[in-house]
Design a protein. Sequence first.
Length: 463
Amino acid sequence: MLIVIVIMWLNDPESLWKIIENSLVGVIIFDKNLKIKYVNRAVESTTGYKKEEICGMNAFDLVAPEHLEKIANGYRKGIEGKPVFLEICYIARNKKRKWVWGYVLPMKLGNELMGVSNWIDITPYKEYQSKLKESEEFHRSLIEKSLAPVHIIQEGRIIYANESFEKLAGYRKEELYCMENLEEFIHSEDRKKVLRLYREIESGEKEAEDISFRIITGSGEVRWVTVRLVRINYQGKPAVASTALDTTETHNLANELKLKNEYLSLLNKMLRHDILNDLTVIKAAIELNDERLLKKALSKVDRISRMIYEARNLEIAGDVRREIDLAEVVREVVGNFEDVNIVLKLEEVKVFANDGIKTVVFNLVNNAIKHSGKENVEIVVETRAENGWGVLVVKDNGKGIPEELKDKIFEEGFTSGSGTGVGLFIVKKMVELYGGSIEVRDNEPSGAMFIVRLPKKFTERRA
């Protein structure tokens, strides 16, 4: 700016100095020793010094100590004819620190080489910038160190996650940011509705919404989260900010309560319906003193005893779980079966269950012996670890189970003989109380194979 003014007013020095004196841009002229020779009114106004005070001072007297080297280097380059831009902090007359942007240019006044600097006061900008930085650091620290998991989704990808979200997800930030999409992170049964909701909020169809769903952590564990999704503008583009709560234990307790209620309902039915009906037969046999009815009554007494025993086992399954050595349980239970060809293929694996697991093993082995349809049946019992689960396999080489019955054998009341009709039903309920699953398949070349999966660590119990 100063050069343009010089060229325009080269033939009118008086007008030139008038413009410089009243310019909104600060102007300082100093000699080769950085002794200040001239300042305009703008410099007076910003520094708080009168002209007579500042003229004669050395530029170093104004500059903040940490910028002395910068001003010296800038002056040296400016005198050499190289345009130099500087951002300098100086100390005003009131001892406050102020900031300027300025250029240093060489100029000859008479025979003396001078340095000319014009500057703009940027103190308000620097103060705003400092406050903005403090605010950003405060809010970032507030979010980053928050106990609540927070993450931001943009265009289907995680672009920010705080420390609590890292811990919940079981992934490092770098791993979360590298995920191509959220599909691998969200449980398959919840994936469709969750991704749709993220898209609706990011597109502006919805502003905010709460949702509960399951995630798959880095270790493969299933956990429940309840999140609030809010549409925000992040780095100039729409995004979805999510604040989450880990509600796994709440859902686990709800599932346990549901299963306990099912257990109470089943127990009530057994007492009020099944056992009551059997007692009616027993009473009739006693009153009529009929030998045929007495034999039937005795079988009913045995049936009632077995039902009470099985109901008790179901109750045990609802007790507190702990780490159980599955192979050790199998060895203990199999010891109760004499004169039966049982082959053990056991890998040491620990699961979360309780003493009720012994009943599961006993019933499956006993069921294989009773219903194999073969005198010299061979039973194979296996234990192994598989993808975060402890697996129990009981298989026989008997006649097997017809395809049309495979879905029915776990139903309450189903029996193919003189059983109670609740044996495998109780086994299934016990396994589910442990958070596991059970299925039946054909064994090769013949027979049936029951496969039980139990969690290796405390996890969500399935409804």
